[in-house]
Design a protein. Structure first.
Lengths: 88, 403
């Protein structure tokens, strides 16, 4: 998972979120707010689990992970964690 | 109908190996939360828990018998022995046939499940130890207590996640009240600080990374605990006739379900359970002195519980003293209500309300009197102990001082 380009991260995350809500990924946009696409806290916990498994990263246990606003925020957070992991 | 007296207390928790140590630490605001030692830290992302410390099982049990007793049952037996000795009951003259044993647990033998899973999936073995099933079943603790004391009355385990112990104690209370049993050994037990279980809690993202700060603006979640609490209950008239010490009465019980979400608590469901407990105990909202809160320290519980207390008590909510002792003994899941019943009974007997420890600043959405950081000497004639479980299962006990 060392060479993951941004497009791959974006499409994987959209796929994970769409799968969690059982909706068509084509209907989601990175600017969507999680609240507006009816992602509740328990969905977010499931999504974080799927993201950790997919990218082999650890999302920190502090509460910040639960305060994400848009899908773009999720993508940025994941990209940052991947970069940190690759730098380590 | 019979009135129901608490005549014996037993406990093992992060605060100590007996009820008095558990109570004294809670009154002094000393937290039992610390680094997890049972699991290598590099395997976990959460590194704090309220572990039972320095428990040497071989000091309490015959090593041969120990092989078939999961730690969850060990804790229950240690607490039951203390509670029964404390009560002075001897179960003679046929009382053994009329004594109920009802012990709650969220999981049952978590350590046995964990070890068997490791053997099967980790080591690739195709055999488990033969006593795995009777060790891990969630009724094992109740059976162990009946066998040790020859108690032949109604006996079973009760399970409702974090409300298990309150449901167990409430059921025992009703059995005595209705005449079905004359005495009961009841409470809850949990020994859940094992690798597989910790990973499950981590994934849920409700655990705090540092400590448990119920009702505070900077709370970060709950801290897992473990242990057991056991109460001896008996008919008030029997207890008085034999001159037993009576800590308090159990006077009411409320149980409801939210029928809503697996993980989001409902203030209305909790409030209905509080009202039922008060109604049965004939306690008016303005006559309620102390609440031992469920108070897990999660974002959702503490706000919902505060709302529930407002809904149930109305204007009297601002007058009642509320504390969460989970800030010290952690969240013992199926043992939680029992660890808190021991404290609530002592709060009435000693006329001291224990504090909410680790308190910084209240969340604006949590606007009750939470007894921050220092115990309070006060009149406690009446008290509630709240338990609100995942899955929306609510159980509230009402206690009354005997005058």
């Amino acid at each position: 998972m060392s060479e993951v380009d941004t497009k791959t991260v974006e499409s994987k995350i959209v796929e994970i979120v769409a799968n969690q809500r059982r909706v068509d990924p084509a209907g989601l946009s990175l600017s969507d707010r999680l609240e507006d696409i009816e992602i509740e806290s328990i969905d977010l916990v499931e999504i974080i689990f799927a993201i950790e498994d997919e990218f082999d990263i650890d999302v920190p246990q502090d509460r910040d992970a639960m305060k994400l606003d848009t899908l773009q925020d999720v993508v940025d957070g994941v990209q940052r964690l991947i970069n940190e992991k690759n730098a380590a | 109908m019979h009135r129901v007296a608490i005549t014996g207390l037993g406990c093992i928790s992060a605060l100590g190996h007996d009820a008095n140590s558990h109570w004294r630490s809670a009154v002094e605001g000393v937290s039992g939360i610390g680094p997890i030692t049972a699991i290598p830290p590099e395997k976990l992302k959460i590194h704090v828990a309220a572990e039972v410390k320095g428990f040497d099982a071989e000091k309490h049990f015959d090593p041969v018998k120990l092989a078939v007793i999961d730690p969850y049952s060990q804790y229950a037996l240690v607490a039951a022995r203390e509670a029964i000795a404390d009560s002075g009951l001897t179960f003679d003259h046929g009382l053994h046939d009329d004594t109920a044993v009802i012990i709650g647990t969220g999981i049952g033998g978590a350590k046995t499940i964990n070890e068997d899973s490791e053997r099967i999936f980790g080591q690739g073995k195709i055999r488990t130890p033969p006593m795995s099933i009777p060790k891990l079943m969630p009724s094992a603790a109740a059976s162990q207590v009946t066998m040790e004391y020859g108690l032949n009355g109604p006996a079973f385990g009760v399970t409702s996640a974090c409300s298990s112990a309150n449901h167990a104690i409430g059921e025992a209370y009703w059995m005595i009240k209705s005449g079905r049993a004359r005495a009961a050994v009841t409470g809850g037990s949990e020994a859940c600080l094992v690798f597989g279980s910790m990973l499950g809690w981590q994934a849920l993202r409700v655990l705090s990374v540092d400590t448990c700060r119920p009702f505070c603006i900077d709370r970060k979640g709950m801290v897992l605990g473990e242990g057991a609490g056991v109460l001896v209950l008996e008919r008030l008239e029997d207890a008085q006739a034999r001159g037993a010490r009576i800590y308090a009465e159990i006077a009411g019980m409320g149980m409801t379900s939210d029928a809503g979400s697996l993980t989001d608590p409902s203030a209305e469901g909790a409030a209905r359970a509080i009202r039922q407990a008060l109604d049965e105990a004939e306690i008016a909202p303005e006559g309620l002195h102390y609440i031992n809160a469920h108070g897990t320290g999660t974002g959702q519980n503490d706000v919902a519980e505060t709302k529930a207390i407002h809904l149930a008590l109305g204007e009297a909510a601002s007058q009642v003293a509320v504390s969460s002792t989970k800030s010290m003994h952690g969240h013992g899941l199926g043992a939680a209500g029992a660890l808190e019943a021991v404290i609530t009974a002592r709060a009435i007997a000693d006329q001291i309300a224990p504090p909410t420890a680790n308190f910084t600043m209240a969340d604006p959405e949590c606007d009750l009197d939470y007894i921050p950081n220092a115990a309070r000497s006060m009149t406690i004639d009446t008290a509630l102990s709240n338990s609100f479980a995942f899955g929306g299962l609510n159980a509230v006990l009402a206690f009354r001082r005997l005058h």
